[in-house]
Ligand binder design. Structure first.
Ligand code: AMP
Length: 378
């Protein structure tokens, strides 16, 4: 079975690693260069989307910011899962918010802003504080503005007006600011026969808007049920096939959706060691029509992103339950270069091993880990 992935980054790479034992071979289409590459070696296999499509049994995507013309060409082939509508809903906050409203899934109140009148009306109707997000190309907290103090409104509007002037397709989505207790995400898969299998909710810690640590541990069945109900509502509305991630705010035990990602997700990397079948294999199983695998948490696991570094102290590999995953990328400040998965038989043991790991990692490259350790409730 040959699967073409739109995007040639680490998610395509990890799909390639997970697909190999099932005889699923992955090629990756780089939407920026029009090259077809091997996702592990980045070796060029060919050029042109038409060639890539012709050679594939199934087409999928590893990111959502893909030109619509490319998505439509893939859709027309009849091989594309989860399909153009799902990818577009993940890549355009206007479509995403409308989708969540259609599914009656709780999410922050919002208004789409195209001009100054919309901006003023958003402040009046939604109230302050507000968070403003670019409709397109926004990820990891990029393209965002916050407004608390009405005296700053004019200055902020100037910045947003300048931003809107750069691209006629752009808009800004204003959202009510949610005072959440913590951020969680659900990674789950839906098969073409409608079967759904969800991993346990993962607790996520961000530093400067970028995911730093995800923790998978046994979770409350009430929260898990809420999350799975929302997943099913969204996945059914999209007739979704594949892995879909949903990011939530936990507000005193009630979940609100922050955003969706129509693909495998950074907060699901822990499944490589903490679950029987990892999210990458699960996605490939779903899109190639194979039965979905077991999603139960085998052991508490945490994932730590390696950002902007291409080495870690060799000694960390001496820790029990530690696995290192590099993406083979060239070092750039802040770039996602790899991740560490750390698993243990109990949460107490995981915390003890995490403390040892923190001692071995340079604090400048891995900020705030100590605080995260202290925040893990027993
Ligand atoms: P996003 O790119 O939408 O995931 O936003 C990046 C981060 O900003 C999130 O992980 C939250 O910590 C924060 N954030 C986003 N939207 C809101 C909101 N409506 N209220 C409060 N915080 C938010």
């Amino acid at each position: 079975m040959k699967v073409l992935v739109l995007g040639a980054g680490q998610l395509a790479r990890m799909m390639s690693l997970a697909g190999a034992p099932l005889n699923i071979s992955i090629s990756a289409y780089d939407v920026n260069t029009d090259a077809i590459v091997h996702p592990l070696t980045q070796h060029k296999l060919g050029t042109g989307l038409a060639n890539a499509i012709a050679d594939a049994d199934v087409i999928t995507a590893e990111f959502e910011h893909i030109p619509v013309a490319i998505l439509e060409q893939c859709q027309q082939s009849g091989k594309f899962l989860p399909g153009s509508d799902a990818i577009q809903a993940g890549g355009d906050r206007r479509l995403e918010k409308a989708l969540l409203a259609r599914c009656s899934v709780a999410s922050a109140g919002y208004k789409v802003i195209n001009n100054e009148a919309d901006f003023k009306q958003a402040i009046t109707s939604l109230g302050l504080p507000l968070i403003f997000k670019s409709a397109l190309e926004g990820y990891d907290g990029k393209g965002q503005w916050r407004l608390k103090d009405p005296a700053q409104a004019d200055m902020l509007w100037q910045q947003m007006a300048d931003f809107l002037a750069t691209d006629a397709k752009q808009a800004i989505v204003a959202e009510q600011f949610i005072g959440f207790n913590r951020e969680l995400s659900l990674v789950a898969a839906r098969a073409s026969n409608g079967e759904v299998k969800a991993y346990p909710l993962t607790e996520n810690h961000h530093v400067n808007g970028v995911l730093s640590v995800s923790l998978a541990r046994p979770v409350s069945s009430t929260l898990q049920a809420q999350a799975e109900q929302m997943f099913s509502a969204i996945a059914e509305e999209l007739n979704y096939v594949g892995v879909l991630a949903i990011e939530f705010f936990d507000v005193d035990g009630t979940l609100m959706v922050n955003e969706i990602a129509p693909r495998v997700h950074n907060s699901g990397h822990w499944t490589q060691q903490g679950a029987d079948v990892c999210q990458f294999e699960q996605h490939l199983r779903a899109v190639t029509g194979l039965p979905l695998g077991n999603t139960a948490l085998l052991r508490p696991t945490l994932m730590i992103n390696i950002l902007g570094e291409d080495t870690t102290p060799a000694a960390i590999l001496g820790l029990a339950g530690l696995h290192l995953h590099w993406y083979g990328k060239t070092k750039r400040p802040g770039r996602k270069m790899g991740h560490i998965n750390l698993s243990a038989d109990s949460l107490a043991e995981l915390k003890a091993h995490f403390a040892k790991l923190i001692d071995l990692l340079p604090a400048t490259a891995f900020p705030e880990l100590e605080q995260m350790l202290n925040q893990i409730a027993d």
